[in-house]
Design a protein around this ligand. Structure first.
Ligand code: ADP
Length: 487
């Protein structure tokens, strides 16, 4: 029976009862009006009518009270079951099933509800299994990467870590997944270095702007890794704004490259060293050849010997630069600092470049404060003199003929002294201000001969003294190279 017929039936019974009560009351009244109330004929009729009224009244009240409790309950019960079912679905318990048999409509509702729950359950199971499958797929990909990789969320909880990372960290998967990296790193030195690096975002491994590789003992040998910290940004729940989702720590095994690099450095070092002696011998022989005591050279021979001399000097310069570079690269650079006056370094550089300056008609000007207004340096004078010589040589070579070059020194503050070499030559395009300090880099289109090593070695030498070497330059106006050192 549906709710409508239930209500109609209940109201029908009540109406029928009330009609019966009214009929009986009317009959009672008629008996009272038709007979004398005190006559013996009226007595039994009245009594019967009263009994009927009481009985029917009582039945009416019972039915009314029964309906008062039963009807709302019979309507509320299925609604409650339905509400509970909806709540279960909202809580992702899709196994819920309703069995409302109270009425046809409710049976229909429960049938539809159960069908919806089954569909949702199927959908949930399929998306869950798809998600699990993609998760497994992602894990397989991450594991197949043979470089260590660690993924962290915003609280630095380890989300994923591949076998290679577990191997170099010497950890087991269950010790890491969903654990706070800081907590795990308490007992793991390498992870601690990585987390510290992440917190300082690379500063930790950067020395003088260059990333120092991480030395790790793995696979029974010393390995070198380049660490990269990648911040993961993704779309927020609004689908528009981007927010940080965590970080990924990636390590690249560069041991092989490092070994090759060391082999290259050793090779260059040996070759340059071996070349120095014969070149010096050539220069020595040339000097003897030019000595009039051995015999006068004719003009052509003198030209040839001059050309051999210039080229041998260039070769000697290059081998010297290569040797310096290998010293820095192999970490064998040893400084022998001593107290030095900046003017001594300047004079050395000028002396070393005098012939070249005269050749190009370049006038070298010195700007130097009076004694007492500039302090002394505690540096490896040979190295810093080499740097100044190289900067001055560049200034001369990259200036137009008959130009001028200024070499200067000044006390910047109590603790710092700056030495600069300024030229008014062709200048350097701002695009190359960084790259000119890289090994072998030469500004495209540079016609003057050179190796592209001078500035990179100069910067290494200055940085080895905890100093800086910078450039300010404008195309067509010239350049200033400035060395800043502690006084
Ligand atoms: P090299 O001079 O032997 O090529 P460097 O390392 O000394 O090597 O210089 C790198 C490059 O920077 C040069 O090739 C040149 O293009 C540019 N450069 C250096 N100094 C100057 C300068 N004073 N003026 C213009 N360009 C310069």
């Amino acid at each position: 029976m549906n709710i409508k017929s239930k209500l109609t039936f209940a109201i029908g019974i009540l109406v029928a009862m009330i009609v019966l009560l009214v009929v009986l009351s009317v009959a009672n009244l008629q008996i009272l009006t038709a007979t004398e109330p005190d006559s013996p004929a009226a007595g039994p009729g009245l009594e019967r009518a009263l009994i009927w009224i009481i009985v029917i009244g009582a039945v009416c009240i019972c039915i009314g009270v029964g309906m008062l409790f039963k009807l709302p309950a019979s309507i509320n019960r299925p609604i409650k079951q339905l509400t509970d079912g909806i709540l279960e679905i909202a809580n992702h318990h899709y196994e819920v099933s309703l069995n409302l048999t109270d009425s046809e409509e409710l049976m229909e509702v429960s049938k539809n509800f159960n069908r919806m729950a089954r569909r949702l359950s199927d959908y949930h199971n399929s998306t869950l299994s798809e998600l699990l499958a993609s998760k497994r797929y992602m894990e397989t990909i991450i594991n197949s990467i043979n470089e260590p990789i660690i993924g962290l969320d915003n609280d630095r909880r380890i989300l994923f870590i591949n076998d290679e990372a577990l191997n170099i960290l010497g950890l087991k998967r269950e010790q890491t997944i969903k654990q706070l990296a800081e907590e795990v790193s308490m007992t793991n030195d390498l992870l601690r270095r990585l987390v510290r690096g992440l917190l300082e975002k690379g500063k930790n491994n950067e020395v003088g702007g260059k990333k120092e590789p991480l030395k790790i003992y793995a696979n029974n040998k010393e390995c070198y890794f380049q660490v990269k910290y990648v911040e993961i940004t993704m779309k927020a729940t609004d689908g528009i704004t981007m927010e940080k989702g965590g970080d990924v720590i990636m390590l690249k095994n560069i041991t092989e490259f490092r070994e090759l690099d060391t082999a290259k450095t050793t090779f260059i070092s040996t070759i340059s060293h071996e070349l120095k002696t014969p070149i010096s011998a050539i220069l020595m022989s040339l000097q003897l050849l030019n000595d009039k005591r051995i015999g006068k050279l004719n003009e052509e021979q003198a030209d040839l010997s001059q050309s051999i001399k210039e080229n041998s000097e260039r070769l000697l310069n290059i081998t010297g630069e290569l040797l310096n570079m290998t010293q820095v690269e192999s970490g064998k650079l040893q400084l022998k600092p001593k107290i030095t006056k900046p003017i001594e370094l300047i004079e050395y550089a000028i002396k070393a470049n005098r012939v070249q300056a005269e050749k190009f008609g370049i006038q070298i000007e010195v700007e130097y404060p009076e004694d007492g207004k500039i302090g002394k340096l505690f540096v490896d004078s040979e190295k810093i003199a080499w740097v100044l010589t190289n900067l001055l040589s560049n200034a001369i070579r990259y200036s137009a003929e008959n130009g001028r070059v200024i070499i200067s020194a000044r006390q910047v503050d109590e603790k710092h002294i700056e030495m600069s070499v300024q030229d008014f030559g062709k200048g350097i395009d701002p695009r190359y201000h960084k790259s000119i300090f890289d090994h072998y880099f030469r500004v495209p289109g540079t016609k003057v001969q050179g190796s592209g090593l001078g500035l990179s070695i100069s910067r290494d030498f200055v940085e080895a003294h905890n100093g800086t070497l910078n450039v300010q330059s404008e195309l067509g106006k010239g350049s200033i190279f400035t060395i800043r050192l502690n006084s």
